[in-house]
Design a protein around this ligand. Structure first.
Ligand code: GLN
Length: 514
């Protein structure tokens, strides 16, 4: 049986992943595809509904992204959002042009609550708008179902054809009743049953993995992070002693982290994982010598990982499968799923050398968003403190050290990071910020300590608040925390003579430095 799926057709909008997440929060499985995806592929999926995302272009300009008009004839309900709504109108005979007044921000929208999309929504509701163009005339056969002071067509629909379009962004939380609208679309319009739940995901995955693996041997890359921990525990429930977990200490972990991971998953811990720890620090430092370019560092670390696993696999005999904790945003951000340009190549996706010695790679979390991974983790009985750990990138401190990585720099950033985390926790801010760490800038500058000139490194402290890690704000921490951490870092960490606080949000920066 086909899994009930809603497809997000991505026209390059910044909120593409958010749309998919919101739909999944309604318990409907949702996947993102680029607008370049062949319609045959979409037909194969037999989606219950399709959502067109927003996008930066103007539909009336040549070369703007479009989709074959055949899509409107499949009888599958479609919801166009912003650019997607404009595209639908443009293609079906309406008119889109530059708006006399551009709308940006929270705008009051008057909706027709008789529309299936707006059932249970207040007649006047606040929505997030972000557009320069507008629909000046709806397409024939369509009825206007919402308007604002400046936007005569804020929503429009053709009930018979099940085509819906909204100028605003229901996926953004600033749209107060946006989740209700998306839920109306998937339930009232698409007639979804809502079978996407984490308990059944866990059950189904365990079954699927068991079937796939048979009597095969499985090797799992365990980093101690949320994703790989959940993947490992899921695998151990599926295939028990056929699983071996290898934890590579690549020398780019946080202070004491290697020992902590070993304590939880090792022989003294509470899981049966055939845990092997490989201390490969020197190997990684050697490979990273002289390498400054972030993407190359990521690639090198990723490849060296695979090499270490291959060697480990040989030691334990034939291995058929390799498990990786890849999650859905990795897939989308690597440009595989959606339309967003490649921002960073992800440690877990692509870039694998094609001479890998394993029959196949298993990625049990490949379709999950982070919050879904955590839910799956809780379903699997993994303790909360592990499930809610802050994110730590696969390449570890390798990308929190700008420029060349050396053992000495690793030590510096480890010490500074430990102090920073301790001070934030002491001040009770560890629950209030979502991610915080220290990074080593590649900058050295002049200072004076003990009447003597120094020429040493600058540490950058980072702390951000975010709900989804796709956008983030730099946290407004009380000065005492930053001040105290600064003086401790200067005093306790050798070769650091300056501490900076990163005030940038995401965008324009990313949360990690590289
Ligand atoms: N570029 C289009 C506009 O300015 C659509 C914008 C969007 O999708 N956010 O109206």
């Amino acid at each position: 049986m086909k899994r009930e799926t809603v497809v997000v057709l991505d026209f390059g909008g910044q909120y593409n992943q958010l749309i998919a997440r919101r739909v999944r929060e309604c318990n409907v499985y949702c996947e993102i595809y680029s607008y370049k995806t062949d319609i045959e592929k979409i037909k194969e999926i037999q989606p219950k509904g399709i959502i067109f995302t927003g996008g930066p272009n103007s539909v009336y300009l040549e070369d703007s992204p479009a989709y074959t008009e055949e899509i409107y004839k499949l009888g599958i309900p479609i919801l166009g959002i912003c650019y997607g709504s404009q595209l639908m109108m443009h293609q079906l005979g309406g008119k889109v042009e530059k708006a006399p007044v551009r709308e940006y921000g929270k705008i009051e929208v008057h909706v027709n609550t008789d529309s299936a999309l707006f059932q249970g929504v207040s007649p006047k509701t606040i929505c997030w708008m972000s557009h320069n163009d507008y629909i000046s005339k709806e397409a024939p056969g369509f009825e206007i179902s919402a308007r604002t002071n400046d936007c005569p067509v804020a929503a429009v629909e053709n009930k018979e054809k099940k085509l819906y379009a909204v100028q605003f962004h229901p996926e953004v939380l600033h749209t107060q009743e946006g989740t209700k609208m998306l839920s109306n679309f998937v339930y009232q319009v698409c007639g979804c049953a809502g079978d996407w739940k984490m308990d059944s995901f866990v059950e189904d995955s365990i079954k699927a993995v068991r079937e796939k693996v048979g009597n095969g041997k499985v090797l799992c890359a365990l980093s101690g992070g949320v994703d790989s921990s959940v993947a490992a525990v899921l695998l151990s429930k599926a295939v028990g002693s056929q699983l071996t977990c290898v934890f590579v200490d690549h020398g780019l972990l946080r202070k004491n982290e290697g020992d902590e991971v070993e304590a939880v998953f090792g022989p003294e811990g509470s899981y049966d994982l055939n845990f092997i720890r490989v201390n490969a620090q020197e190997r990684f430092y050697e490979k990273l010598k002289g390498v400054e370019e972030p993407e190359r560092k990521r690639k090198i670390i990723g490849e060296e990982f695979i090499r270490v696993f291959e060697e480990e696999a040989k030691k334990i005999g034939a291995v058929d499968f390799l498990v990786q904790g890849t999650i859905y945003p990795d897939v989308v951000e690597s440009g595989v799923g959606g339309e967003s340009t490649v921002i960073k190549s992800h440690h877990n996706v692509g870039g694998l050398p094609d001479y890998v010695d394993f029959k196949e790679i298993i990625e049990p979390l490949r379709n999950l968003f982070k919050d879904e991974v955590r839910k799956a983790g809780l379903e699997l009985g993994i303790p909360e403190y592990l499930v809610f750990r802050q994110p730590f990138p696969g390449p570890g401190l390798g990308i929190r050290i700008i420029g060349e990585v050396t053992a000495e720099k690793v030590k510096m950033v480890q010490e500074a990071d430990a102090i920073w985390r301790e001070e934030i926790a002491n001040a009770g801010w560890d629950k209030k910020v979502n991610q915080y760490f220290a990074a080593l800038t590649n900058m050295r500058s002049v200072g004076v300590m003990g009447d003597e000139r120094t020429y040493d490194y600058a540490i950058a402290l980072r702390a951000v608040t975010t709900t989804d890690f796709m956008t983030a704000e730099s946290a407004e921490l009380p000065w005492e925390i930053i001040g105290k951490a600064t003086s401790r870092i200067i005093n306790e960490v050798k070769h650091v003579n300056r501490v900076l606080y990163d005030c940038t949000g995401k965008p324009p920066a990313t949360i990690e430095m590289e």
